[in-house]
Design a protein around this ligand. Structure first.
Ligand code: BTN
Length: 231
């Protein structure tokens, strides 16, 4: 069960990296949480600023049946948004799995798989959320913390408990009904099919939103896009 075993660190390089290196020794559902990460990373290997005050954790899955990686990511991005809803904070998901408030990023989810051939031996889902931590000046226009939104310190322990509880419910409910979770995730998405978006200086129309790709029509030429952020 998610969170049955929780391992806490004061400081670690990255909770995702720890579980990827040590998954053999821990059971399905193990959570690793750290007060700070010295070398946290996000999608496309980007540096993930993770000082004290934020919420940085990873969850280990040892799937018996194969599930897509993006399913795990959707479980946690929806769990984060639902936790915020319970706190009366409205958030959206920027495709594919960034949690946004007022045009700034609050949280991100990163799922990584360890495979033997096509069979996943382990999946590590990392969640990073700016809670009470200061956002560095260079990120201020793009990132936001919960403290900035609510004007007060938020308990990181209560937050992780709530996210894990929501994730457990969502995981149980939708493991066999992945399309239903995709529909819920789509309702929270900032992007909608038919929207015109700008990508690398070109305007295009979103024709289809998939969990791990977008089909975009650039003047009659349909392109498959896997990321909306520059790298
Ligand atoms: C993203 O938006 O690019 C995903 C960010 C994921 C960050 C979390 S923090 C906990 C876990 N450990 C890491 O090194 N990364 C993830």
């Amino acid at each position: 069960m998610i969170g049955e075993k929780i391992i806490s660190f004061e400081s670690i390089d990255s909770t995702n990296r720890f579980l990827k290196e040590n998954y053999r020794f821990y059971p399905d559902g193990t959570v690793v949480v750290a007060l700070e990460q010295t070398s946290g990373y996000g999608r496309n290997g980007r540096h993930w600023h993770s000082p004290r005050g934020g919420l940085w954790f990873s969850v280990l899955f040892k799937p018996r049946k194969s599930l897509e990686l993006s399913f795990y990511t959707r479980v946690f991005s929806v769990a984060v948004v639902k936790t915020l809803e319970n706190m009366k904070i409205h958030a959206n998901i920027k495709w594919p799995n960034d949690v946004y408030i007022n045009g700034r990023k609050l949280a991100g989810v990163l799922s990584e798989g360890i495979f033997e051939g096509a069979k996943p031996l382990a999946v590590v889902v990392g969640v990073g959320m700016n809670v009470n931590n200061e956002i560095p000046a260079e990120l201020k226009t793009r990132a936001i913390s919960l403290k900035e939104i609510t004007g007060k310190e938020i308990s990181v322990v209560k937050l992780i408990e709530s996210i894990l509880k929501n994730a457990r419910v969502i995981f149980r409910k939708y493991s066999k009904k992945k399309e239903a979770l995709t529909r819920i995730w789509k309702r929270y998405l900032l992007q909608k099919e038919g929207d015109i978006i700008s990508l690398e200086g070109k305007k295009g129309k979103i024709v289809k939103i998939n969990p791990d790709s977008l089909l975009i029509d650039f003047d009659g030429e349909i392109k498959k896009v896997y990321s909306l952020s520059p790298h």
